[in-house]
Ligand binder design. Structure first.
Ligand SMILES: Cc1cc2nc3c(=O)[nH]c(=O)nc-3n(C[C@H](O)[C@H](O)[C@H](O)COP(=O)(O)O)c2cc1C
Length: 341
């Protein structure tokens, strides 16, 4: 492990993790205002890691998953070695739930942040003026189909990819599309008609939606011409410390289930779609394993907080070494490698 990654982990486990969560998270957010991009080199220049999703090219396959809504964090993340970064957005501005909205649980978090964000109009200026260092994925949540569609059409010229979040465990309507999958048919078809940019469907890892995912949601996505899924979101979790008594669990506890599902989706639907693996990926080895089981990209949030800004670089370095070991020309050759007969 690199010295810098090690130093951050010590800082986190010895210092930041001792503060109350909200305080630690705000400290982390303030930390991102410092010019940490000058602490070292974050980017990979290994051209073999270049990854294509539809008509979008990412310099590498590591994505910062949906969590942040602040333009300054998104800008900063673009300089921290990621291949793409995700910005969450709803049609109208939202304040999110009242505090406390995030608590620690094991090595991860349970959050009920809700969707604090500026709303689609509030991001236009930033998205337009901003010189793109990396592709931006807009993670959209809505209370109904039209709210999703309005964001897709309103920000069509501003995004590189769209992600439809149909699996949020911490708002009233967040799970409606996962619970009643017939509703997603129109959402998927109509979104697809509005844009040629890649659309990602973000799935729930909750056991109760497993059957819906495999029998309805993924097949409907494929039928609509949508060819990327993200497995997945946080897992529904009760925690009385949170203002609304429950939220979504993130972090290492999700990882084994993510691997199982990546493998299963790849086996069943790998010919039709690409998979983003999300949930508990916080080391280069875990990222590698998700890829050889079938993930085209990996993404994370919790690892960014607990393992620090050098994790993406560490993952990319590890993947380059694996390509050398196998004598491979492109990261695409590693995707699903363990399935190859
Ligand atoms: C504080 C917080 C806020 C999040 N907000 C969103 C969101 O707005 N939309 C979404 O699709 N996922 C959201 N997520 C879920 C993450 O994108 C990710 O799917 C999940 O945390 C699992 O990955 P991890 O274990 O690497 O954190 C959020 C997660 C956290 C911890």
């Amino acid at each position: 492990m690199s010295l810098k990654r090690n130093a951050y982990e010590k800082l986190y486990s010895g210092f930041l993790s001792k503060f109350p969560e909200d305080y630690a998270i705000n400290l982390g957010r303030s930390f991102l205002r410092f010019p940490i991009e000058f602490l070292g080199r974050y980017e990979t220049d290994d051209g073999r890691l270049l990854t294509k999703i539809g008509n979008c090219e990412l310099p590498n396959l590591v994505i910062l998953s949906a969590c942040y809504h602040e333009p300054h964090i998104i800008k900063k993340a673009m300089r921290l070695g990621f291949g793409g970064v995700t910005l969450k957005v709803t049609k109208y501005p939202k304040k999110g739930n009242r505090e406390p909205t995030i608590v620690r649980r094991g090595e991860g978090f349970v959050n009920c942040v809700g969707f604090e964000n500026l709303g689609m109009e509030g991001y236009k200026k930033f998205l337009k003026s901003h010189r793109r260092k990396k592709p931006i994925i807009l993670n959209i949540t809505g209370d109904n189909k039209n709210e999703y569609l309005d964001v897709v059409s309103g920000l069509e010229n501003y995004a590189d990819m769209f992600e439809l979040n149909i699996s949020c465990p911490n708002t009233e309507n967040g799970m409606n599309f996962s619970k009643y999958p017939e509703k997603v048919k129109d959402l998927f078809r109509e979104s697809r008609n509005l844009t040629e940019k890649p659309i990602i469907i973000k799935l729930s890892p909750d056991k109760e939606f497993e059957e819906n995912n495999y029998k309805r949601i993924i097949p409907y996505a494929v039928d609509s011409g949508i060819d990327v899924v993200n497995f997945g979101n946080t897992r529904s979790f009760k925690d009385e410390r949170l203002s609304i008594g429950s939220g979504g669990l993130s972090g290492p506890n999700l990882y084994e289930n993510v691997l199982m599902n990546v493998e299963r989706i790849y086996d069943k639907f790998g010919r039709y779609l690409k998979i983003i693996a999300t949930g508990g990926i916080d080391s280069p080895e875990k990222a590698y394993e998700a890829i050889v089981r079938g993930a085209t990209c990996v993404s994370y949030v919790t690892g960014f907080v607990t393992k620090g800004p050098f994790l993406a670089k560490g993952i990319n370095k590890h993947l380059s070494e694996k390509l050398d070991e196998q004598g491979m020309e492109s990261i695409g050759d590693l995707v699903g490698f363990w399935h190859t007969p």
